[in-house]
Design a binder for this molecule. Structure first.
Ligand code: ARG
Length: 459
C-alpha cells in the first residue's frame, strides 16, 4: 500500500523499519472514531467554504459507506496500511477519486490521532465505569446479606476490633466509588479540549471553524494552543493512573479473598466458576482469578510507567514515540475491564461462612478496647483503664480464657468499678452495635453506606 507521505520520499521503507513504523495492529480499533472525526472535519470544510458543499457531502457519504462496510465485515482493514488514518483516507480516495484527496485539507495526522484517541477513550471510560458499578452493586448485595455477620477487623493482620463483614466489604465499595470519580474527572478534562484543527503543530492558514468540530464531536471546547494540542498525552497518563489505582483496590480485595478462602481462615468459599483445581493435588481449589487480578495489577502499573517514561524527554511538539501511547493505554483499559467483569459475578457468587467469622472474632480479645471503654465510662481515666485491661487480657491469655469467661467476683478482684453490666458491654454484638460514631461499624452506618453507594450505581 502506498504511503500517505510519498512525495519527497519514495515511501519505500526497509521491511523491518516498516514493521516498526506501523501502528495499524493497535489503532485499527479506533476506526469508528477516526471516521467520526473525519466526518466532522469534512462538514466543517464545507461549511466554511474551504471545499464545496457537494464535495463535503461526497466525503461524508463516502466515509459513511466505509463505516458501514467495516461494521458489516464487507470491508476488511488492510494490515499492510501504516495506520488507521492512512487506511481510511486511502480507501476513501479509492472510492471517490480526487475528492477523497481533499479530506486532509487543514488537518494532520497529528491532530487527527489526538482526536481519535480521545473519542475512543471516552467510550472506554464509560464501559469501565459501568463495570465498576457492577462490582459495587455486587459488594452492596453481599453486604446487605451480611449486615449482622460479625468478623474480626484487623490491623497489622492481627485481630483488632469486631466489625461486620458488610462494613469490611463496603470499605471496598468506597474505594471503587472514588475510582469512578477519578475516571470521570479525567474523562471530563480529556473531553474539555478538542485538538482537531491544531493540524501538524502550528494551526492552519485555512479559515477553519474549530468550535464547530469541537461541538460536533462532543468536546466542551477546543484547545487553545496548537502545539500543546498535538503533543498532549496527559489524558492517557491520567486515565492510566486512575486505572492503576483501581487495580490496586481490586488487588487488595483479591488478596483478602485469597486469604479468606484459605483453610486457615475459611471465611468465604469462592464459586467453582472462579476457582481452578491442581493437576496433581486432587483436593485443591485455587483462587486463580483473584490471584490473576492481583498479578495483572503490575501490568497496568507497567502501562502507566511506559507512558510516563515515553513522554518525559520529548521536545514539542509531536514525536513518533507518542505512537506508543495507544498500546499502553488500551492495554490498561482491556486489562481493567476484564478484571472487573470477572470480579462482579465472583463477589456475587461467593459463599460466606458467617459462623467461621464469628468463631474467629471470639478469639484474640478483640473486645478488650470495649472493656477499657467500660471502665473509662465509669470514670476510670482511659490510660489507667487501658493498663488494667491489658493486665486482665494477659491473665486470661495465660489461663486460656476469654474476657467474658471471668466471673464478676474475678473482675471485682481487679477493680470494684466492675458491675454485672460489663458482660453486655463486651459482647461482640454490642461492641459492633455501639460503634455508632459517624462512619463506624454500627448497623446504622451500613445503611448510610449502602444508600450512598446505591446513589452512585443507580446514577
Ligand atoms: N500512527 C500515528 C500515531 O499513532 C499517527 C500520527 C502520525 N503522525 C506523523 N507525523 N507521522 O501517533
Amino acid at each position: 500500500m502506498e504511503k500517505l507521505w510519498t512525495g519527497r520520499s519514495s515511501g519505500a521503507l526497509d521491511e523491518y523499519a516498516d514493521r516498526l513504523n506501523s501502528s495499524i495492529g493497535v489503532d485499527s480499533r479506533m476506526y469508528k472514531e477516526d471516521i467520526a472525526g473525519s466526518m466532522a472535519h469534512a462538514a466543517m470544510l464545507a461549511k466554511t467554504g474551504i471545499i464545496s458543499p457537494d464535495e463535503g457531502e461526497a466525503l461524508i457519504e463516502g466515509l459513511g459507506g466505509i463505516l458501514d462496510d467495516l461494521n458489516s465485515g464487507a470491508l476488511e482493514i488492510d494490515g499492510a496500511a501504516e495506520d488507521i488514518h492512512s487506511f481510511v483516507e486511502a480507501e476513501l480516495t479509492a472510492r471517490l477519486g480526487d475528492v477523497g484527496k481533499k479530506l486532509h485539507t487543514a488537518r494532520s495526522r497529528n491532530d487527527q490521532v489526538a482526536v481519535d484517541t480521545r473519542l475512543y477513550l471516552k467510550g472506554e471510560c464509560e464501559k469501565t465505569v459501568a463495570l465498576i458499578k457492577d462490582v459495587i452493586g455486587a459488594l452492596c448485595h453481599v453486604a446487605e446479606d451480611n449486615k449482622a455477620a460479625i468478623m474480626p477487623g484487623y490491623t497489622h493482620l492481627q485481630r483488632a476490633q469486631p466489625v461486620t463483614f458488610a462494613h469490611h466489604l463496603l470499605a471496598y465499595g468506597m474505594m471503587l466509588a472514588r475510582d469512578i470519580g477519578r475516571i470521570e474527572d479525567a474523562e471530563k478534562r480529556m473531553m474539555g479540549e478538542c485538538p482537531l484543527g491544531a493540524a501538524a503543530l502550528a494551526g492552519t492558514t485555512h479559515p477553519i471553524d474549530r468550535a464547530m468540530t469541537a461541538k460536533e464531536l462532543g468536546f466542551a471546547a477546543y484547545s487553545l494552543n496548537s502545539m500543546d494540542a498535538v503533543s498532549d498525552r496527559d489524558y492517557c497518563v491520567e486515565l492510566c493512573s486512575a486505572l492503576g489505582i483501581l487495580m490496586m483496590h481490586l488487588s487488595r480485595l483479591s488478596e483478602e479473598l485469597i486469604l479468606w478462602s484459605s483453610w486457615e481462615f475459611r471465611f468465604i468459599e469462592l464459586s467453582e466458576q472462579f476457582t481452578t483445581g491442581s493437576s496433581i493435588m486432587p483436593q485443591k481449589k485455587n483462587s486463580d482469578m483473584a490471584e490473576l487480578v492481583r498479578g495483572k495489577t503490575g501490568r497496568v502499573y507497567g502501562d502507566l510507567t511506559t507512558l510516563l517514561v515515553m513522554l518525559k524527554g520529548l521536545p514539542l511538539a509531536y514525536n513518533k514515540d507518542m505512537q506508543e501511547d495507544k498500546e499502553a493505554v488500551f492495554d490498561a483499559f482491556d486489562t481493567a475491564k476484564l478484571c472487573l467483569a470477572v470480579f462482579a459475578p465472583m463477589i456475587a457468587a461467593m459463599k460466606v461462612n458467617a459462623g467461621n467469622m464469628l468463631q474467629a472474632a471470639k478469639g484474640g480479645y478483640i473486645n478488650a478496647t470495649d472493656l477499657a471503654d467500660y471502665l473509662a465510662k465509669k470514670g476510670v481515666p482511659f490510660r489507667a483503664a487501658y493498663k488494667l485491661t491489658g493486665q486482665i487480657v494477659a491473665d486470661c491469655a495465660a489461663g486460656g480464657k476469654a474476657l467474658e469467661d471471668l466471673t464478676l467476683a474475678e473482675y471485682k478482684a481487679y477493680s470494684d468499678v466492675f458491675e454485672a453490666d460489663l458482660y453486655e458491654e463486651i459482647s461482640l454484638q454490642a461492641c459492633v452495635a455501639k460503634r455508632t460514631s459517624a462512619g463506624g461499624a454500627a448497623p446504622a452506618n451500613i445503611a448510610a453506606q449502602l444508600e450512598y453507594l446505591r446513589g452512585i450505581t443507580d446514577d
